[in-house]
Ligand binder design. Sequence first.
Ligand code: C2E
Ligand code: CA
Ligand code: CA
Ligand code: CA
Length: 289
Amino acid sequence: LLKNADLAMYYAKRGGGNNYQYFTTRMSEIALQRLNLENHLRKAIELNELELHYQPQLDIGKGEFCALEALIRWKCQALGPLAPNDFIPVAEETGLIVNIGEWVLRQACQQAKKLRDDGVPLSRMAVNVSAIQFLHKGFPLLVKKILAETGLEPAVLELELTESVLVNEEEIVLNVLQSLKEIGVELAIDDFGTGYSSLSRLKSFPIDRLKIDRSFMHNIEQDPDNAAIVIAIIAMAESMNMKVIAEGVETDNQLSFLSKKRCTEAQGYLLSKPLPSAEIAKFLLKEFS
Ligand code: C2E
Ligand code: CA
Ligand code: CA
Ligand code: CA
């Protein structure tokens, strides 16, 4: 369907009036909606419509929150509020993710620096990085520049990459990962267990943390498959000297399962939903007092 929509958009863009009539109304509707979204997204940064929310991550052993994941929000004046899953794919297909990703990185680093300067106990700020952004020329340099600009200690920044990053040409990926490690940032694999990255490859990459995909949290105490997968990922992380965090933790049962199985960190609605920037300092300070 998307492919057809792309085709329809191609003809629409080309202005080929005759060709256009061959496509169904539905397909052109989808194409126009997308085009509309794309046009608004192009202006979102200038119009100041993007915002980051921050979801706290719990160190299960210490019982302390000292990390955050930055999650983008788009309050589009024309289209209403949109969830990342509604516009990040369009941003990736159009390349707009490169600029948006840079904005996210800068904003998250500024926020982390400010919190730490204000005495808030924040040891890690995790930022999502799309494969396109990661493979874009000069990405490590950009990270270095933003860290210097904002004055944030590199070790505080963690980049969350999906397995789709790792399946690209090994030498290129390894090169970028190594440059990032030289800068001193942390690297995490997001949605771990849902992709197809080979384990031997994973072992050769300088990864600090695995994030267990939230789909495996579902019914974890009754579903033997999910339980087995989660236990295996925790063991694997340990044997490779990586940290491991479970995402999508919504119930006490899930948290106690994770704790029993020696998962070190957790994130999810049970602990906190993503918070607007004005509420984070209060949340982190309250948890510590
Ligand atoms: P993700 O990186 O896997 O982020 C986790 C998503 O799960 C977030 O959705 C978060 O709000 C949601 N979540 C957190 N705890 C729970 C829970 O207990 N239960 C459930 N059901 N969901 C939970 P969100 O914010 O809508 O983001 C969706 C996806 O959009 C992210 O998935 C990520 O892939 C992408 N995304 C978000 N912000 C950015 C960004 O700045 N850059 C890039 N490239 N992608 C982003
Ligand atoms: Ca993430
Ligand atoms: Ca995730
Ligand atoms: Ca996800």
